[in-house]
Design a protein around this ligand. Sequence first.
Ligand code: URP
Ligand code: ZN
Ligand code: ZN
Length: 460
Amino acid sequence: MGLLIKQGEIVTAAERFRGDIYCEGGQITAIASSLDKRSAKDEVIDASGAYVLPGGVEPHVHMELPFMGSESSDDFETGSTAAVAGGTTTIIDLAIPGRGQSLLDGLRIWMEKAEKTVCDYALHMAVTWFGEKTAEEISFCVREAGVPSFKSFMAYKGAIGVDDDELFQIMTCTREAGGLTMIHAEHGDVVANLQKKLISEGKTEPRYHEVSRPSYVEGEATARAIMLARATGQKLYVVHMTCREALEAVTEAKLRGQEVYAETCPQYLLLDDEVYKKPDFEGAAYVMSPPIRPKGHQEVLWGGIEAGVFDTIGTDHCPFNQKGQKEMGRDDFTKIPNGAAGVEHRVQLLYTYGVCTDRIDMNRFVDLVATRPARIFGLYPRKGSLTVGGDADITIYDPSGESKLSAKTHHHRCDRSIFEGFVVKGRVAKVILGGKIAFSDGDLKVERGAGRFVKRPVGP
Ligand code: URP
Ligand code: ZN
Ligand code: ZN
């Protein structure tokens, strides 16, 4: 039995036209201005009035991540279900072995956890230290495991953070293996010292989270990571960029011709640091690293999107409940688990605040949420595109109407939404995973464990 999607506005990163798509055997098998059913048993979706988009590819999530004495509250099943409800059909999580732990042990643990994912998924590997076997293990991940992207943290000193010497070695051997380095850019030593100073002064509330990690701390680390990548001849992907200084460093590198990719997230485009001042410890819901920035940075980031400097929009989805988790830092903001939920709203927020405000067109929108992440991380054209022979992962977006986001209605397993009350335009009407309808007008038909691990070749 096939699936025929009729008369939608088909949008890819490069094209936009009205037409039909036929899916069979999990793949797209035909795209044309008009197609007929091939069998009486074929299912037909009338997509007239709606956009037919490649399923979203989310480059940055953390499901069931053990972190800061807790664990992110979405597991691979609930988090991937929320992703699907929001029009994302492939997620890339990050296996994070601890300092001293083998990369391959970390990979095995994450592969086991991820077995319950409802949509297709891939993994990045975190390199949190450099030991005798690290080079060999990185090479194994690239050649054998289908995991060719490696994230290191310049922040989180004393936990999963690395120093410059380690980073130099990590970048060198990742380049030799043909992999991509990803970087969390914040100056770990400066953050640790500012945190200590603030706490000793009795400044313990969530509002001091941003004060302890100012934007110049991110800007400096971004420039340093770019310099290390230049010195080692390595290509670099900068995750969750939040500020003017980081954008300037990346823009300069790109103009110089250095292979540097840039990601930002909806929360950094749409929120400012006033959120940390909410009463009753509600500011804790927004504690993430890097932090939400003061007013002004958001417009600069939008400029980076319009100018084409940003390559992808991720979410850094890493939810923690207020109750029982964020509360751990009630008397000390440095103990608030860092992270928030977002995977469900990435597509809808960028459509509303990017496309509907005329900042970007539909092609650029598709590129940011699906095609570029798929290309950079070696998933294209199987994912992130509407291509004959590609996977039939499709999002049908109805642009009519509007609604409000809320923790009461989202699918994230989290008691807070950092986008509570945000108005979004249109809705994800249907989501197709491998040619099967997985979400239809609010009804989920996903299956625990139905997602496949996608081995990736070296991208981009
Ligand atoms: O606050 C954050 N970002 N939590 C998740 C871990 C990370 O740094 O990506
Ligand atoms: Zn990070
Ligand atoms: Zn992250």
